[in-house]
Design a protein around this ligand. Structure first.
Ligand code: PLP
Length: 425
């Protein structure tokens, strides 16, 4: 038995499925999850001492690569001063100022500890601000595991949403309307029918939780216009795309000003930091300024905030995102060329340091098209790459991430591994 297998067996005796977040269990691809002992730059080492080029990046936060020296030093120096006070610290102001400087849509921002907390709080705030209770989300977008958001489309266009998890009361799911991503007409129809009951639209401006799906031209602008027309709050969930696709996130790239933004992942640089922020008039509804309650014992934790601040500082240097986008494009171009050599129907796309791989003839722009990709072939590819020391997300429905530590050598090694992998599919 390998050390990974040993640890997995032991973990399953005390942790459900042996993991603390479901996708880590490898259920989608099969096999034994790797237990990692160390990460440095673009590389991870597992419990059997094998090393991998990492394209998961802790699901997004590791934009500088693992154990970046200035981030580690910021954490160390801050930890020496005490781990948590449950009282204000100067470093929280610095992070809030940084976020507001980089995202002009933010007048005020509050720090929390996970993306889930950020989206749950933003929804409550949108509801409290508008006095309305329905929300609109899109099929295939993931916004954390809050009850209102674990909802899938019901049958029929304007029917109530259905819980996508046991334990979500139908009464809560009934307040969520689930529409197809990139279908502006469906949003317009919904708002015409019940716009005065809808508090907000929450959307991933680039969808990264159903593989990678780009917004069609006009989709995000259309959401902005519909929300304006009906007095609904537009929430961009940039937990994944924030400081990942561009220095000013997806909202900067597409030139759209959401009312509220949720952030996470990169802004914590691998530590538990997330945030929600936006228009002053809305954010002033948050306690203790206003009637919408939200709180957190470890919110704005100084050690976590230090990691986030150091990470954002390193991404703020000129040319950072151009270089990151270029590496990511070199990867996807290389993979597409390798698949072509092997005659495998495959395509890929990227935005900033985020990419999507599709076993399909064309890049999908809907949830249904993503679901139609060849999942079995992805799973074989995943395992061939894993055996060759390339760690891709263990699911066909996840976006991938490249870090600033991925250099030409890592990209070339990945493409070489893919050449061999594609030829076995
Ligand atoms: C990861 C993610 C979340 C949830 O963040 P957690 O920190 O895992 O709770 C929410 N929204 C989006 C778009 C995400 O990618």
């Amino acid at each position: 038995m390998s050390r990974n297998e040993e640890l997995f067996a032991r973990a399953q005796r005390v942790i459900p499925a042996g993991v603390n977040s479901p996708v880590r269990a490898f259920r989608s691809v099969g096999g034994t999850p790797r237990f990692f002992t160390r990460g440095e730059g673009a590389w991870l080492w597992d419990a059997d001492g094998r090393r991998y080029i990492d394209y998961v990046g802790s699901w997004g936060p590791a934009i500088l690569g693992h154990a970046h020296p200035t981030v580690v030093e910021a954490v160390r120096a801050t930890a020496l001063q005490g781990l948590s006070f449950g009282a204000p610290t100067e470093i929280e102001i610095e992070l809030a100022e940084t976020l507001i400087r980089r995202l002009p849509s933010l007048d005020l921002v509050r720090l929390v500890s996970s993306g889930t907390e950020a989206t749950m709080s933003a929804l409550r705030l949108a509801r409290g601000h508008t006095g309305r209770s329905k929300i609109v989300k899109f099929e295939g977008c993931y916004h954390g595991h809050g009850d209102s958001l674990l909802v899938k489309a019901g049958s029929g266009a304007l029917t109530f949403g259905q819980p996508s998890s046991a334990g979500v009361p139908p009464a809560i799911a009934n307040e969520t309307i689930v529409l197809p991503y990139n279908d502006l007409a469906a949003v317009e129809r919904t708002f015409e029918a019940e716009g005065d009951a809808i508090a907000c639209v929450i959307v991933e401006p680039v969808a990264g939780n159903m593989n990678l799906v780009m917004p069609k031209p006009g989709f995000l602008d259309g959401l902005r216009a519909v929300c304006d027309r009906h007095g609904a709050v537009l929430i961009f969930d940039e937990v994944m795309t924030g400081f990942r696709v561009d220095a000013n996130s997806a909202q900067g790239l597409f030139g759209i000003t959401p009312d509220l933004t949720t952030l996470g992942k990169v802004i914590g640089g691998g530590m538990p930091v997330a945030a929600f922020g936006g228009k002053r008039a809305i954010m002033e509804k948050i306690a203790p300024l206003g009637p919408v309650y939200q709180a957190g014992t470890l919110s704005g934790n100084p050690v976590a905030v230090a990691a986030g601040l150091a990470t954002l500082a390193a991404t703020g240097v000129p040319g950072f995102y151009d270089r990151l986008a270029k590496s990511t494009r070199a990867l996807t171009d290389g993979l597409v060329a390798a698949a072509k050599r092997a005659g495998i129907p495959f395509c890929a796309q990227s935005l900033g340091g985020m990419f999507g791989l599709y076993f399909a003839a064309a890049v999908p722009d809907t949830y249904d098209a993503v679901m139609a990709c060849d999942r079995e072939r992805f799973n074989r590819f995943f395992h061939a790459m894993l055996d060759a020391g390339i760690y891709l997300a263990p699911s066909a429905y996840e976006a991938g991430f490249v870090s600033a530590a991925h250099g030409e050598a890592e990209i070339a090694a990945t493409v070489a591994a893919a050449d061999a992998a594609f030829s076995t599919l």
